[in-house]
Design a protein around this ligand. Structure first.
Ligand code: SF4
Length: 322
């Protein structure tokens, strides 16, 4: 194992900070973290835009397989003998239409406003996901949105990708999509541990989650989820039981995944987030501040950055205290 680690190539230092941009053929451009604040890429975009745009581009790219899987599930469910009602199927198909912008009833069931107020406050679109995805990814570098607008787009797209995965699973299984999970009688911060089991097996990631679970379970109700697609249903369950959105419960999702949409999706739905590994945002104070502070002020939950030498369990338990 030690030999394997020594042979692994080192990750790109610029990329880890989010400061490497390959968005157009004028570049690639990269900005040194030691350059002055005014330094920019060849198109004139600054470090804040580059870090935020890298995030939204990554989210858009990861959203495509989720949408394709959703389309495939809908195609299978359209065959004769399907247990899904035709009207419900048509509503879900509208989510994949590049033209439809009309209000969609499937979204109302998946993300009801009362259970997901912070998601709706971000301007969660009521119509087709594909229309939103196309609008986001066709932005030209010379007609840019602000860094903050890019981050809001990334959060909304991540919620869509999680939603597409949740609906695909609901269609493909014989379940209603609702999670049967036991919650405490009254509102209480919850700790959710989510591991990407479909990714390449990673023993160190699993043992880290085991360690967190063992250290925290006496102090906080802990749940292990095999897939982030269960998060929308979990959050609806919280609202059904307590009449309060998960964003008001100080609950934390620890997401161990190489997919950025899983963690940002959890954040968009109202969970505070610890991601393993951390996100490439430290190249921009604005981006870091938006995810760790602005979201907290606006909605009460945020991305929890773990400094390198800080104990993960201490940080989690500290964040759960009132
Ligand atoms: S979009 Fe701007 S910063 Fe990015 S590669 Fe092109 S010129 Fe460089």
């Amino acid at each position: 194992m030690a030999d394997q680690e020594m042979m692994s190539p080192a990750a790109c230092g610029y990329g880890l900070l989010g400061l490497c941009c390959v968005s157009c053929l004028k570049g690639p451009c990269r900005i040194s973290p030691f350059d002055d604040a005014g330094s920019a890429g060849l198109c004139g975009e600054d470090r804040d835009w580059i870090v935020a745009h890298n995030i939204v581009q990554r989210v858009a790219l990861e959203s495509l397989p989720a949408m394709a899987a959703f389309r495939n599930a809908l195609e299978r469910a359209s065959l004769p003998g399907s247990r899904i009602e035709t009207q419900r199927l048509d509503e879900m198909k509208d989510l994949l239409s590049p033209f439809s912008r009309k209000e969609n009833a499937s979204l109302g069931r998946l993300y009801p406003e009362k259970a997901f107020p912070s998601l709706h406050a971000m301007g969660y679109p009521s119509g087709s996901w594909i229309a939103v995805l196309l609008d986001t990814i066709t932005e030209h570098p010379s007609m840019t949105r602000s860094a903050e607008a890019n981050l809001v787009d990334a959060l909304r797209l991540s919620a869509m990708a999680l939603g597409a995965e949740a609906l695909s699973r609901e269609i493909s299984s014989s379940t209603t999509g609702e999670m049967d999970v036991a919650l405490p009688d009254s509102p209480f911060p919850l700790l959710l541990l989510i591991s990407d089991e479909s990714a390449v097996p990673d023993d160190s990631r699993e043992s880290l989650l085991d360690e967190i679970e063992a250290s925290c379970r006496d102090e906080v109700r802990t749940y292990r989820l095999p897939h982030a697609a269960l998060l929308p249903s979990f959050a609806r369950r919280v609202f059904d039981q307590w009449g309060a959105p998960v964003s008001m419960t100080k609950s934390i999702a620890v997401v161990a995944s190489s997919s950025i949409t899983w963690g940002l999706g959890a954040l968009a739905l109202g969970f505070s987030l610890i991601s393993l590994p951390g996100y490439p945002i430290q190249g921009s104070l604005l981006v870091e501040n938006y995810l760790t502070e602005v979201l907290k002020r606006k909605f009460g939950h945020a991305y929890l950055f773990i400094p390198p030498r800080e104990d993960l369990c201490d940080r989690i338990l500290g964040s759960l205290k009132p």
